[in-house]
Ligand binder design. Structure first.
Ligand SMILES: NC(=O)C1=CN([C@@H]2O[C@H](COP(=O)(O)OP(=O)(O)OC[C@H]3O[C@@H](n4cnc5c(N)ncnc54)[C@H](OP(=O)(O)O)[C@@H]3O)[C@@H](O)[C@H]2O)C=CC1
Ligand SMILES: Cc1cn([C@H]2C[C@H](O)[C@@H](COP(=O)(O)OP(=O)(O)O[C@H]3O[C@@H](C)C(=O)[C@@H](O)[C@H]3O)O2)c(=O)[nH]c1=O
Ligand SMILES: [Mg+2]
Length: 272
């Protein structure tokens, strides 16, 4: 089964590539703005339709996105084109050739006011531009292609790209103290867990199954903690392996001003 993956250097895309060898029934074709045989720019609709027509996959997996949460507040139109509109165009082109569509979405579609982990059925109400654009992307995919899977994840870390885990270790090289917010709680998620979860579903599809088709699921790591707790865990592990460490001060979100407001409660749960 051929899977067209958007993005190549992103965290999830790199982990999908690393895991591909464990899934002999799946052939992954990566496309990005540059450096790939098939060129795809989510901000250029013509390249989306052309990429799907050129590769003619069985599944399109959209692993690329505009992920700069604060910067999105300053360029909402570009973020909306990439996260809100492009997924619908790709899902529509996939539908035209009978291909299924996988969209990755985020905890930031919720406002975080609920006092329990969010279920897929809970209403969305994003606080910032990034979340609004990802919500629009979800809606566009549902409307364009009934054979979709929307997998919401959160707080992604990996050895690749930019993420909180790598930022903490990098900052610790030059600092012996950091202040990290302790009033936002969520589920840190390894990009490898996301890759494994999505590829297991694709294996089912390749074998003729319809697992999770038409569903919105929550695919996150098993533990819940605050960003401050996550930072302390990162340094505890780093210390144990002789890596850099750092003292972590707990602060409130009000003490860490940022352009975009983040949800207080980002926890996601999958009911079954
Ligand atoms: N990171 C996180 O904490 C979370 C991420 N998600 C979602 O998971 C998915 C994967 O995220 P993650 O792997 O962390 O993302 P990354 O930020 O690591 O990578 C994003 C990728 O998207 C590509 N991209 C950005 N703009 C375009 C464009 N116009 N055309 C083509 N490609 C583009 C980037 O390419 P380039 O290298 O060229 O810039 C990059 O490869 C996304 O849908 C994201 O919204 C959900 C929850 C949490
Ligand atoms: C670097 C740093 C961050 N923080 C805070 C800011 C923020 O609230 C939190 C995490 O920082 P980040 O920059 O990783 O936050 P952010 O980029 O908002 O992370 C989000 O990215 C998008 C793509 C998602 O979809 C979300 O699930 C989530 O992972 O930690 C500190 O308190 N101290 C620090 O020194
Ligand atoms: Mg960030």
């Amino acid at each position: 089964m051929k899977i067209l993956v958007t993005g190549k250097e992103g965290q999830v895309a790199r982990c999908l590539a690393d895991r591909a060898a464990d899934h002999p029934a799946l052939e992954l074709v990566f496309c990005a703005r540059e450096g790939t045989e098939v060129r795809l720019d989510l901000a250029e609709p013509a390249t989306l339709r052309a990429a799907v027509q050129q590769v003619r996959p069985d599944v399109v997996l959209n692993a690329a996105a505009y992920t700069a949460v604060d910067q999105a507040e300053d360029e909402p139109e570009l973020a909306m084109a990439i996260n809100g509109q492009a997924p619908g165009i790709l899902a529509d082109e996939a539908a035209k050739i009978g291909a299924r569509f996988i969209q990755i979405s985020t905890d930031y579609v919720f406002n975080g006011e609920l006092d329990r982990p969010y279920l897929p059925s809970d209403p969305v109400n994003p606080l910032g531009v990034y979340g609004q654009t990802k919500q629009a992307g979800e809606a566009a995919v549902r409307a364009a292609n009934p054979d979709h899977l929307i997998a919401r994840t959160a707080w992604v870390y990996s050895p690749y790209g930019k993420n909180f885990y790598k930022s903490m270790l990098r900052l610790a090289e030059t600092r012996d103290e950091l202040s990290v917010v302790d009033d936002q709680i969520g589920n840190p998620t390894s990009a490898f867990e996301i890759a494994d979860g999505l590829l297991a579903i694709c294996d089912d599809w390749a074998a003729g199954g319809r697992e999770r088709l038409g569903e919105t699921i929550h695919l996150v790591g098993p533990e819940e903690m605050t960003w401050c707790g996550f930072a302390r865990k990162i340094f505890a592990e780093s210390t144990a392996t002789g890596g850099p460490t750092c003292h972590v001060n707990a602060i409130t979100s009000a003490e860490y001003p940022s352009k975009a407001k983040r949800p207080r409660n980002s926890r996601l749960r999958q009911p079954n």
